[in-house]
Structure formats: C-alpha cells, structure tokens
Design a protein around this ligand. Structure first.
Ligand code: C2O
Ligand code: CU
Ligand code: CU
Length: 509
C-alpha cells in the first residue's frame, strides 16, 4: 500500500534549500536574526512563554505555562495581557500589517509558536522542526494576509503540543479589515472573545494531564471542568444590546454541541477564516477542537434580570468505554465524557441600554468553490485518518519530521480537491472509534461536500482551517495553494492524536 521508495526525505541542508525558494533565509535555531533586511514592521511584539502561578479556583494557586507579551513598536492597544487567566495576550491587528514577533522561550522545555489559521511563509509557521531550546528566542516576520477573523496561536513542539497547550499556552490573534469595518458590527466592549477549554484539577488546584496515560491519549485529554477564558463557572454580564461573541474551541480534544438554553437559534456570522456571506441560523453548532465561530447574540429582547446559558448538548461521540470496558473513579473522560451535556457559560442580562444595530443580511462576498474548480477534480487526493496499535496514522503513515510522501507533493498555485475520511469506525477491541478534527496549516479551505451524522451542526458556508470528522465521516475540501512554497503540516487537532503521530507534512513547490 505504501511504497517506501515514494518517500522524499528532506534532510539537513537539503531541506534548507527546498524551503528557501522565496529567497528569505531560514531562521536558524535559537538565532534571533532579522530575516529580511527590507522588512519594516508596523507592529513589533515580544511574547515570552514561562511558568506562572494564577488563581483559577479558591485556595491554592495553579502553576501554569503562560505567554505574556509587550508591544515594542506600533499601537500599544494591539496587545492585551490577561492577569485573570493562564491564556496568552490577545493580539489585535489589521490585514496587510507587517508584524515582527520575538518569541522568548523561558520554559523548561523546547517550544515554538504556530499561528493557527494564518497564511504565512513556511518558515514562519512554527513547524516543529524550528523548536528552540529553553532560554532562546525565535523571531517571526510576516505580513497579515488573512481576512478579518478570529485566529489563534499555540505551541507546536512535536510530541509535546498537547501537554504545552493544556498547561496554558494559547492566545487569540484577531484580525480586522476594511470590509469588516463597513459592517459596523458590535465592537469594543460588545466584541467578546470566548475561549472554551476543559481542564482537570487536583484537590490542591494542580492541573492533571493524561491521568490514565495511553488510554487518555487514545481518546484525547478530556477535563471535567469547563473553563471559559481560563475561568471555571464563567458568567458574562451583559446589557440589553447585541454582542459579537467570538468563540474558540481551544480544548485539546473535547467537542461542543453549542446551543442557547432557551432554544433561541444561534446566529452564526463567521467561521475559522472570517465572515460568512450571510448570517446562518442554527439550532446548534458542533465545534471541534481548534474551530471558531462568531455569533451575533441579541440580548436586547430579554428583560433585565434574565439569566441564560450557552450549553453543550448531548451527542453520540462513539464514547470511550464501549470497546475497552467501563472505568470508574478516575478523573477526566469518565466524569464528563465527550458528548455529555453541561453548561458552558452563564449570561446575566444586567444593564438596560438602547440598541440601534440590526443584523446585516450580507456580511461579505466569498468566491464559492465547487469540486469541479479543482485541478484534480476527477481524482481527489485521499487522506484517511485512523489510530492503530497506539499510533496516529494518515494513509497508514505516521509523522516524520521532514518526510513528505509522493501523494503529499503539491504544485504552487494549484487548486486542489482533498477527500478526508475518518476511518476509525470499527468497534473491535483494539480500535476505539474516535473523532478526528482535521487541520491544514498554511491555507484556509472550503468544505464542498460532507457526509455524517452531526451534519446539521456544522457550519460549512465559509472559510475553514479545521474540519471535524466524527467516526466514519468524510468531507471533501477545496484549497488554493498560493503565495508560499515550502513544507506545511496537516494533522488531527485532537492534540494527543497529533502528538501520537497523526500528523504529516505536505510540500508546496
Ligand atoms: Cu492549531 Cu498544527 O495547529
Ligand atoms: Cu494551524
Ligand atoms: Cu484524531
């Protein structure tokens, strides 16, 4: 099935040459070198990752790993640190801004930052081969080419991504642009980012990761405490206004089936890659790890004193425990399995204010792809995701740092049709069916076809960088691989699956 001779091994200097096609020298490991002499940043930041102590629950402080930042050049409002949380600062910038970011690694481990959803050169994307050791700095330089939207950043060292993100390392990267400005969407205190994550804490408030070892890696880490913006029992106090809620599922592996507790449909205005063409109404939205949605949330119709919840509803997740037998008295997945219902956050309608905005019926224009637009429309690339023998596989292959197979080579500027399938559906003893949210680095794509049970909860109308595949599901996506040649990752965004090798490179030449 797999011909070893088809593999292209990019080793040492060879990789440097291949990745150097656009003329910008590679960042050397640990070197804070300036990469492009002509690069004049509009915004310059420093981001430091280091251990920290935060008060998450009453009692003892929790030791976390945390990004903190500083603006060294440009608009000081471009960065907002949070001392209430383990989350990294929110970075806010605009399309076409040039950004330089100095990442200082003060962790007792190697690390690198990846800009999730951003379209940046391969050597600026935080591929695990660029990890820097403790004490070193990596300098990123890129222009923001993405449309307005809710993007994010997190570490990407191979085999340790799940651990580091769980420890607290993640932050939002919000982009605005002229098109979005014209819509006059709710802004400032009406524009609220909500990062949803699950964590497990010991009775002394320590974070617990993978308490059951390999079993938790196979299902993905599931915590029993839902945190929003790094806080358990999160309550949002609102006035009778319309809000823009930017929701990121920043969890390692948990899937949310989001709905309003009073049955009001969700009004979705954006997905991973920014605004939809027009708002979409959904009874519920199923959001896999790394996916984002933005909601138009109208609280103007509620009387003061109303309290409301954003909940996650029950769904069939092909739960762990079915094939491996029941398990009791342990933290994580058993207390709150994937698919169990729970409240995510509470809304208190507390203030009376006049609302004048109304929902625009057109938000943006998107050039919609059709499978026939792809250069390989008759012959889509097939990528099959499954776990076998405690390893994560894509087309039967596991991650190798600099390995690209024949079917992972892509021509620059080509428009491609990929068919992604979750082939974990057999219920045998060794094979636990599990979801696989598939993510591509480098480019936003469109979902052009889909099969699956949770279909009605997916928002496929806009640009995406992550697509959730439940066991047995498949999706066809179209992407146009422009601008940047080089090696990019694609992988399952259940971070434990990626760490177990369900990750591969694709090479654009
Ligand atoms: Cu957010 Cu490689 O991922
Ligand atoms: Cu990514
Ligand atoms: Cu997976």
């Amino acid at each position: 099935m797999i011909n070893r001779r088809q593999f292209l091994y990019l080793a040492g200097a060879g990789a440097v040459n291949l990745l150097n096609v656009n003329g910008s020298p590679l960042a050397g490991v640990g070197m804070a070198s300036s990469k492009d002499k002509d690069f004049i940043p509009d915004l310059e930041l420093s981001l430091t990752a280091a251990p920290a102590e935060v008060q998450i629950s009453p009692g003892e402080l929790t030791t976390v790993w945390k990004y903190t930042g500083q603006v060294t050049k440009g608009n000081p409002d471009s960065l907002m640190n949070s001392d209430q949380s383990y989350l990294g600062p929110i970075i806010r910038t605009r399309k076409n801004r040039k950004i330089r970011i100095h990442f200082k690694n003060n962790l007792p481990a190697e690390s690198i930052i990846h800009w999730h959803g951003l379209h940046v050169p391969a050597e600026m994307d935080g591929h695990p081969m660029y990890v820097i050791p403790s004490g070193k700095t990596f300098t990123y330089e890129f222009e923001v080419l993405n449309r307005a939207g809710t993007y994010w950043y997190h570490p990407h060292p191979h085999g340790r991504t799940g651990h580091q993100v769980y420890g607290g390392l993640a932050g939002l990267f919000l982009v605005s642009d002229d098109e979005e400005d014209k819509l006059n969407l709710p802004n400032k205190e009406l524009d609220i980012p909500l990062v949803i994550q699950d964590r497990s804490f010991s009775n002394t408030n320590r974070l617990i990761y993978l308490p059951r070892g390999m079993h938790d890696s196979m299902t993905g880490m599931l915590g029993d405490t839902i945190c929003v913006n790094g806080r358990p029992d999160f309550t949002l106090s609102v006035s009778t206004r319309i809000y823009r809620l930017r929701i990121l599922n920043g969890s390692n592996s948990r899937i949310y089936k989001l709905a309003w507790s009073d049955g009001t449909p969700l009004t979705v205005i954006a997905t991973d890659g920014g605004l939809l063409e027009k708002p979409v109404q959904k009874k519920y939205v199923v959001l896999g790890p790394a996916e984002r949605i933005e909601l138009w949330a109208d609280f103007s119709k509620y009387p003061i004193g109303t309290s409301l919840e954003l909940v996650s509803k029950y769904f069939e997740a092909a739960m762990q425990g079915t094939a491996m037998g029941p398990r009791r008295g342990m933290t994580g997945g058993d207390k709150l399995p994937n698919g169990a219902p729970f409240p995510v956050l509470k809304i208190d309608v507390a203030g009376e204010e006049k609302e004048t905005r109304s929902l625009p019926n057109k938000l943006s224009s998107i050039e919609r792809y059709h499978p026939r637009d792809a250069d390989n429309s008759d012959n889509p690339r097939q990528f099959s995701f499954f776990m076998r023998h405690m390893r994560g596989l894509i087309n039967g292959r596991t991650f190798q740092m600099q390995e690209v197979a024949g079917d992972e080579m892509i021509r620059l500027n080509s428009t491609e049709l990929w068919e992604l399938s979750n082939d974990d559906r057999s219920m045998g003893m060794m094979m636990m069916p599990t979801p696989h949210p598939v993510h591509l680095h480098g480019k936003q794509f469109q979902v052009v076809e889909r099969s699956g049970a949770l279909h009605r909860g997916y928002v496929d109308e806009g640009w995406k960088d992550t697509v959730l595949l439940m066991p047995g599901e498949r999706a066809k996506i179209v992407a146009n691989f422009t601008d940047y040649p080089g090696m990019f990752l694609y992988h399952c965004h259940i971070l434990e699956h990626g760490d177990m090798g369900m990750m591969r490179n694709y090479l654009i030449t």
